[in-house]
Structure formats: structure tokens, C-alpha cells
Design a protein around this ligand. Structure first.
Ligand SMILES: [Mn+2]
Length: 331
């Protein structure tokens, strides 16, 4: 049996499915969870979506978003199957990991190269732009009708994980999937308006403060910006408001590696988001610090202040760039 058929058969044989995704869930995680919920409910299977935290406001327009629970809601449902979406490891489920019934069957559907294959059934499609694209393949392979609701959720998953079809993970298959989703009822203009043209003025002010910290190094090949907890207090914003801030240093001409340092006020840690133009492997870099991700996009969490995180990471990036430069010269 193909993996697509095996997964769908397992889902449709379950009594109650827990759908979940990684901590600080993003458009791909949410879109994939909701699309699969609609698909499973269409087949008469009960589903509950529980994430570590609440979803960012810009995804509240998605059909079914009001049904998404957070771990603090304390739901007591009994699950006989877990489908983990877009999460490279069990640890990235954070508190949801502790909520999993002992010995429950886990399906792991993801596209991160750092995925630890933690499921009983694993479908890790490295070539897919997004988990949403994999769920699209699941629907197609099983002849599941794509309703406008499913199409809207999957289109959202794909555009957010491809940076609106700009990142190198965008393939011809990604565009074909998106085209089919539009044919099935997804509205590109409405979805883009909801996600990209709904910025609040205080978030724009936060951007202003973050941009003021811009630092370039290694002859302009490394660009980094910081978001301190104090900036959130000044502007009345939240950590989640900065999910795309790394795109600001990334947009500078000549920048090979862009870094975003975000202070997590509650636990004295700094979250580091890493983006590369492709010469340096960000997954390898992030793994040196206990994180992971993709070749061009990864992240890790450093114990300590933003300043400390700079001191840990910048010299390593500079060294990697220098080694890469030497290698290219020798070739
Ligand atoms: Mn993803």
C-alpha cells in the first residue's frame, strides 16, 4: 500500500483523532491541521485540534479556526490516533507532547530535513514546499473532494511557507497544487488580504524599533536585527507579531545570512531565526545550537540574553562563510 493510502486508511479507521503541530504554530501548521480536520470530518471521523498555544490573529479567518484548542483549555477527549503536522520532532510539540495518551499511534507528516522520524507512520516529504502541499497530495491520492474550505486552508499553508512563492522550495508542483486549490475555491486575493494586508500600526512601530538595531558584518554578508522584550512593552505587541521580521534583513542586497534574535521574556532565552541564500546550510548551523530546520531556513533557542546569543552565533557564521569562500576558491 502506498504511504498516502496507508495514512488515509489509518485516519478513517480511527475513532477520535488528535491533530497537532509545532510550538509557535505558523500558517503551514494551522492550514494543514484545519484542512485535514475538514477532510477527516467529511469522512465521518471525529477530530480535535490542540496546539501548545493560541494561533496568531491573522489566521483566525480560516474556516474552522474557532475550533482550534490550546493545551491550557484542558480538554479531556480520548484519542486513539495522533497526527502531528509540520513538526520535526516530538519535543517541538511542547506541552502537547505530555498530553499524548501512552502508547498511542502517531502519524508524522512533515517536510523538514531535520525530522526525527518519531511516528509509527512517517511521511516526510523533503521535496515538498510545505506540509500543506503534502496534505494536498494526500487528498489527490485518495480521491478526497477538495471543498472551498479545504482549499483555503491548504492555499494558506502553501503561500506562507513559500513566502508567497518566493523561496527556493517553490516547485512547479507547488504552483500546480496552488492552481488546483484556486480552482477548488481558494481566493488568492482574499487570503493575501487577510494575512499580508492586515498589519496593525503598533506592529509597524515594532518593525521600526527592530530595524533600528540592524547590524551588518562580514563585508555585508551577514545582517541581523533584534527584538527585545522591552520593545513589545513599548508598542503593545507580542512575540508572535514578529514571525516574518527575519525577512527585513534578508531583503538586503548582498546578504548571504540573515539572523533575527528575539528575546523570550518569560524564561531568559533568545530565539534565533536563520535564513540563508543557499551557500551556508542553516540546518547544520542551527543543529550546532540544539535547533534545526531546512537548508535555507532554520532556528534555535539560546539560553541567555540577545547579546549572549550574538556572541555565540555570529563568530560561527563568520567562520562558515570564510570556509565556504575558501572552498569555492579551490574549486
Ligand atoms: Mn512547514
Amino acid at each position: 500500500m502506498s504511504i498516502e493510502n496507508e495514512i488515509w486508511k489509518t485516519i478513517t479507521s480511527a475513532r477520535c483523532v488528535l491533530l497537532t503541530s509545532h510550538e509557535r504554530v505558523d500558517g503551514d501548521g494551522i492550514g494543514s491541521e484545519l484542512a485535514l480536520m475538514h477532510m477527516a470530518r467529511g469522512a465521518g471521523v471525529e477530530c480535535v485540534i490542540i496546539n501548545d498555544e493560541a494561533i496568531p490573529v491573522e489566521y483566525e479567518f480560516l474556516p474552522g479556526a474557532e475550533k482550534i484548542c490550546k493545551i491550557s483549555d484542558g480538554r479531556q477527549d480520548e484519542f486513539d490516533l495522533v497526527v502531528s503536522l509540520d513538526s520535526a520532532s516530538l519535543e517541538r510539540l511542547r506541552k502537547v507532547k505530555d498530553r499524548l495518551p501512552k502508547g498511542v499511534k502517531i502519524i508524522n507528516i512533515d517536510h523538514h530535513i531535520s525530522n526525527t522520524q518519531y511516528g509509527d507512520i512517517n511521511w516526510v516529504g523533503h521535496e515538498a514546499s510545505s506540509t500543506g502541499e503534502i496534505i494536498f497530495n494526500l487528498a489527490q491520492a485518495n480521491g478526497i473532494a477538495i471543498t472551498p474550505e479545504i482549499a483555503t486552508c491548504l492555499y494558506t499553508a502553501i503561500i506562507t511557507d513559500t513566502g508567497r512563492f518566493c523561496y527556493s522550495n517553490t516547485s512547479s508542483h507547488t504552483h500546480l497544487a496552488a492552481a488546483e486549490l484556486v480552482r477548488c475555491g481558494a481566493s488568492p486575493s482574499e487570503i493575501s488580504r487577510q494575512i499580508y494586508r492586515a498589519e496593525r500600526s503598533n506592529v509597524l512601530r515594532l518593525r521600526q524599533l527592530a530595524l533600528a538595531t540592524l547590524e551588518l558584518s562580514a563585508d555585508g554578508q551577514i545582517a541581523c536585527i533584534d527584538v527585545a522584550a522591552e520593545m513589545h512593552r513599548q508598542t503593545g505587541t507580542k512575540y508572535q507579531d514578529t514571525h516574518d521580521f527575519v525577512d527585513m534583513p534578508k531583503s538586503i542586497k548582498g546578504v548571504e545570512v540573515a539572523l533575527l534574535f528575539r528575546e523570550i521574556a518569560e524564561d531568559g532565552k533568545t530565539r534565533v531565526s536563520m535564513r540563508s541564500e543557499g551557500r551556508i546550510d542553516m540546518n547544520t548551523l542551527a543543529q550546532k545550537f540544539g535547533g534545526g530546520g531546512h537548508k535555507r531556513a532554520a532556528g534555535c533557542t539560546i539560553d541567555g540574553s540577545i547579546e549572549h546569543a550574538h556572541k555565540c552565533i555570529l563568530p560561527v557564521v563568520e567562520k562558515l562563510l570564510e570556509t565556504q569562500r575558501q572552498n569555492e576558491k579551490e574549486q
